[in-house]
Design a protein around this ligand. Structure first.
Ligand code: NAD
Length: 319
């Protein structure tokens, strides 16, 4: 029977969703550190992949593979060109996670603007002692919100920011007149966006052109009162430059779900700063969204096993 390997990094793939594949295939859950993994990989025709890298070396160990179904929308961990050369389909899970990531993005912003993390600790310990007071927060209404990458997630973030009464500016390689009409969003040059925004939120995919899109030079353009939010990929920001800018007070704060290296090392400069809110790459980690992502992966695997074109091929493989 055809083997489908559910790889490490896909937590709690719902049993009933896996069941839908069983008439077509044997589903095996395994992580690369487990004994016998390479044997299973060598027999697998489809893989559902969370973290981990799919490159030429990996593919050499998977000679029967016909589909790499990424459990997520970003696929910077998959060498798509190499997969295409070998006739392997690559799919991902667009749209179904956009709202969850947008919710977290606004959560990070609210935490920063209202000091919710510190206030939580204060309410539990300091409040009754009356020794100190919390600093005031900031009003989001009326702020300028800069979105870098107004794609699926960027648009959901813009809708929420609009609901908070913020002015939306965006920079992208494509214009979005539809969003301009819907939300009054204004297209902006990248540098102008950095100079004008009170909040800069990054939503680009990780590509050679977006690696360290935000570095020392870009951070210097931001207002000292502005904050930066990243729920895209850690490598879109030069993390060392970010730590430096935060330490020197050149920007006011950061809300980060993604990091250059994950898990984030506890000795990172970021973990010592009170004007930084950190989450451990949980953008899509809600019960409902993870279930939808599993369903989309299963739909792609099923289509592939039935000899049809999987519905969610990555853009590079769509003709
Ligand atoms: P998308 O492709 O719909 O949107 C990306 C946007 O970025 C597009 O509009 C594109 O034109 C734009 N873009 C590309 N290069 C650019 C550049 N150099 N400058 C400005 N804009 C540029 O993707 P999406 O579904 O919105 O997802 C965005 C990214 O979010 C994913 O690639 C993934 O890395 C990340 N993500 C993170 C989490 C998380 O858990 N934190 C979850 C899901 C997605």
């Amino acid at each position: 029977m055809v083997k489908v390997l559910v790889n490490a990094g896909v937590r709690n793939f719902p049993e009933d969703v896996a069941e839908t594949l069983k008439p077509h295939a044997e589903v095996v859950y395994m992580s690369p550190s487990e004994e016998g993994y390479l044997d299973v990989l060598s027999e697998s025709e489809a893989i559902i992949l969370g973290t981990g890298v799919i490159n030429a070396e990996f593919l050499d160990a998977a000679p029967k593979l016909g589909l790499a179904a990424r459990f997520g929308v970003g696929y910077d961990n998959v060498d798509v060109a190499e997969c295409s050369r070998r006739g392997i389909h690559v799919t991902h899970t667009p749209d179904v996670l956009s709202s969850a990531v947008a919710d977290l993005t606004l959560g990070l912003i609210l935490s920063l603007m209202r000091g919710i993390v510190d206030a939580n600790t204060y309410a539990r310990v300091e409040w009754s002692l009356r020794r100190s007071r919390l600093p005031f927060g900031r009003d989001m209404e009326g702020m300028t919100f800069g979105i870098v990458g107004l794609g699926r997630i960027g648009v959901e973030v813009a809708r929420r920011a609009h609901g908070f009464g913020m002015k939306i500016v965006y920079s992208d390689v494509v214009k979005r007149p539809d969003v301009e009409r819907e939300l009054g969003a204004e297209f902006s040059g990248f540098e102008d966006l950095l100079k004008e925004s009170d909040i800069v939120s990054i939503h680009v995919p990780l590509l050679p052109s977006t690696r360290h899109l935000i570095g020392r030079k870009e951070l210097r353009l931001m207002k000292p009162t502005a904050v930066i939010i990243n729920t895209s990929r850690g490598l879109t920001i030069d993390q060392e430059a970010l730590v430096e800018a935060l330490e020197e007070g050149r920007i006011a704060g950061a809300g980060l779900d993604v990091f250059e290296e994950e898990p984030l090392l506890s000795e990172s400069g970021l973990t010592r700063m009170s004007n930084v809110v950190l989450t451990p790459h949980i953008g899509s980690a809600t019960i409902e969204t993870r279930r939808r992502m599993a369903e989309v992966c299963a739909e792609n695997v099923k289509a592939f096993l039935e000899g049809k074109t999987p519905p969610n091929l990555v853009p590079e493989q769509r003709s």
